[in-house]
Design a protein around this ligand. Structure first.
Ligand SMILES: Cc1cc2nc3c(=O)[nH]c(=O)nc-3n(C[C@H](O)[C@H](O)[C@H](O)COP(=O)(O)O)c2cc1C
Length: 212
């Protein structure tokens, strides 16, 4: 767990800086995907969820556009989402079996807290392009996941082809310049999972060649 800690900068308050970095490292390492089918009650309560959304609001956001939003999908609304999942499967595969349709519907009911993340990707030529808006959304979502982790909740992001379906767009009243990017599920892990091996920085870090 102390991996990399020796590289910490020596500041005026070395002990405090080290403790903060260790805390942040432990939190980041602790977050892992626990899929919605393995999430149970309790999920965050109203005040915990408020803090989780405030963590989202701390994301970097060029020009402060707030180009993302989250729709809470309470249990009382999951039936319509289940229908969208089933309809979307049938559109893609008209020969889907009743079991496959039941599986598709069941996904809508998993996880005590379910959110849809929506990004306003904008139009070509906008000063803040879609890639920056999507990155900002990713930062907001990671802030939420880390805050939820700090509170003891488990979490997952899920995608799927239904996100692009016309039925989902209609259910969530997506504007023409909005995209549904993923679902965010939060709850309590049914059981713990072993930590995933993380890639070494050498796999994703390089130097730009020196000026000639
Ligand atoms: C936008 C997004 C969508 C995802 N959708 C799914 C999904 O539909 N099903 C799934 O099993 N995992 C999904 N994942 C989770 C990844 O599979 C998971 O993050 C990855 O395996 C790494 O595991 P970790 O989160 O525990 O580090 C998604 C992740 C992201 C970022």
């Amino acid at each position: 767990m102390d991996h990399g800690m020796d590289a910490l900068p020596q500041t005026a308050e070395p002990t405090e800086a080290r403790a903060s970095a260790q805390w942040a490292w432990a939190l980041i390492q602790h977050r892992q995907t626990i899929l919605p089918k393995r999430l149970t009650d309790p999920g965050p309560d109203v005040s915990q969820l408020d803090l989780i959304f405030r963590a989202a609001a701390a994301a970097p956001d060029h020009r402060e556009l707030v180009p993302w939003r989250f729709v809470i999908i309470p249990m009382t609304a999951r039936g319509r989402l289940a229908q969208v999942f089933a309809d979307s499967l049938l559109e893609r595969d008209p020969s889907a079996t009743p079991e496959q349709l039941t599986d598709a519907r069941d996904k809508a009911f998993r996880g005590p807290l379910l959110l849809l993340a929506v990004v306003r990707t904008g139009s070509p030529g906008d000063e803040i392009p879609a890639c920056e808006r999507l990155l900002s959304a990713g930062c907001a979502i990671q802030n939420m996941l880390l805050m939820a982790t700090a509170m003891g909740f488990a979490s997952a992001l899920t995608g799927g082809k239904a996100l692009q379906s016309p039925g989902l767009g209609a259910l969530f009243a997506l504007a023409p310049d909005e995209q549904a990017v993923c679902f965010v599920s939060l709850g309590t892990a049914v059981r713990s999972k072993s930590a995933r091996q993380r890639p070494e920085p050498s796999r994703f870090v390089s130097f730009l060649a020196a000026d000639s």
